[in-house]
Ligand binder design. Sequence first.
Ligand code: GDG
Length: 733
Amino acid sequence: MAKEPRLIVVSNRLPVEIERTQGGFTYHPAAGGVATSLQSVRKQREMLWLGWPGTPVWDDKDRRSIERHLVKEYDSVPLFLPPSDFDLYYEGFSNGTIWPLFHYFPQNAHYEAREWNAYKEINALFRDKILEFAQPGDLLWIHDYHLMMLPALVREALPEAKIGFFLHIPFPSSELFRMLPWREEILQGLLGSDLIGFHSHGYARHFLSSLLRLLGLEQEFGRVIVGDRAVRVDTFPIGVDVNGFESAMQTEAVRKELAELQEETQDRKIVLTVDRLDFTKGIVERLESFDHFLAENPDWHRRVTLISLTVPSRTGVPEYQALKKEVDEAVGRINGRHGKPGWVPIWYMYRFLPFDRLVALYGAADVALVTPLRDGMNLVAKEYLAAHPDGTGVLILSETAGAAEELGEALIVNPHDTEQISEALLHALTMSESEQVARNSPMLARLRRYDVVRWAEDFLGGLEPEIAPAKQQVQVRLDKAGINLLLQAYRSAKQRLLLLDYDGTMVPFASRPKEAAPDEELITLLTRLAEDKKNTVVIISGRDRETLQDWLGGIGASLVAEHGAQIRRAADTKWSVQTTEAADGWKSELRPLLELYVDRTPGSMLEEKTASMAWHYRRAEPELGDLRAKQLMENLEGVIANTPLVIMQGSKVVEVKESGIGKGRAARRWLDSDTIYDFILATGDDVTDEEMFEVMPDGAWSIRIGVDRRSAAKYSVRGTSAFRRLLHSLGDR
Ligand code: GDG
């Protein structure tokens, strides 16, 4: 079996804690979702982890010793970052701009050019470190919002690298994202990747919509074409180590902790909250909901305890200090208001607990109250369920945590709705065990199936080169050598057939179809090609005959309009119509439906042709256009069943036409004629051209304009300008 390529994981922080001790350093592996998931990957392939090793300032000797140890013992490469830039990059741009903005707190975000510059500088240092270690064939997996410029920086230096990027926090709606002064750069930075992963479909959608609105880049099934590369955008919801939690529950240490907890809380119900102290977590809002619950339900006094584990975070930042004060005061106020001798309603712990104690807390809790205002995923919700393998326990979960997309059987709440959370608490505390198990079992089954190991494998599977299904035509990019072969074949041929699509092949798309008129240079080029006695030039287009006649009537080529419904041979002056008389009948039936879509989709329009009707939506709001196109296709499918009509979706157009009319059949008129062509070139860019590619004989040169799409064509070139260059080379012969 072929050896798996090596994986280089890159994240801001290395998952190793380093402490200075007398006479040296001690090292502890830091546990955490991503680190755990990659342990299993480590068993299957060689892996290197690259990141910042932590705050202390080391001298050169320390650095060398740490690096040696980490490379040897942890397969990790430390990147020592300059402290001055580090603050601007980390506290500044990463946590003071991106973190609040991406979590829907634009009022907390600041925009400082100095910090942005430091962010780019530090990303460049990461790139330099990668370049020291990367070898051809390595897979690179870059993590999170601190390193969004890194994919493009690496791509620039290593054009052939396989680069994956995963964002652990939300990607906000494009309306928020566009507030960022450096939004285009960030998008371009991410687009250096081959694969970009998000936790939820919503985040991926927001990202794609930002690409469309800010860079004008369109997607097709999550694929975005950037220059001559395809970038895939997909969803990989991170899981937890379900087996790890299940077995942790059985260990002596956890059992002991659990017994102690039960002793202390007696037969009171436990509601648990676990968060890092952060404004995105909704800590104060949640405490207020608990306050409201106690005020509304005095019969629950003495019978319930809220254990709030809050992990210190960014303690040097004034906003976080203020939040800490607010939380402290809320806890004091609520305990003061409802507490009684022998009963403290809220047990507040402001510290980081050892893993065993955390797991014991999960196990002891009757209810987990997880109500962040915004959260990329939220692992606590999943860990709580994993720590209850028998399916007991109740999860109350915020609808704005990524986890809510998968954990729909939990009690889902709006984290701002005090009343709703208070009611959910009552429901949770009184829920029967059978309802608990009924709700949790399907969630547990999903967590087991898609655990943290599957998550990593799934992402890496998406990053490794795809193997094309047997039947799918793999297109060969026409490189210099290929073009030379084509030119040789052209030169030595006696009878040549050139079947040329127009829009998207010889000219780029314009937002109004009428604006895509041919330029002088193209007219001269085509005329020259058509004048060559050995050439039969056919312009084969979806456009109406008037436009084709008007634009290309004088070049001496044959013209095929409306995908073959109308044909004018070079020698003729008249067009011949290929359609049936019945056309008028079906058109008047379908017209009202198509007009309805024109009305419902501002910017779209209806075009009537001889044998078809086309609804164009290139100028419509892009997402609405795509949505309406799908709806229209569904609608039409119902209406045209059992008629001789077919629906085609082209580039920003949905077209209904008579079956039997098509570019394939039109091309056949030449292929099946008495002339034997010893050089055939067929070119096109969209689905309507596929019919033509499909009927091409073996030796034909079929070329698809645009890369990385499925096609029956044998070859591809990058875009209209590349194709024009090729035409020029033909014209020069
Ligand atoms: C990012 C995203 C996304 C917490 N307190 C203690 C402790 N923890 C552990 C929990 C859990 C983790 O910390 C917190 O989970 P998050 O989901 O918030 O993860 P983060 O890494 O902070 O955040 C988040 C995540 O990335 C993964 O993609 O879900 O949305 O913001 O694992 O168990 N662990 C111990 N003691 C504690 O006191 N031992």
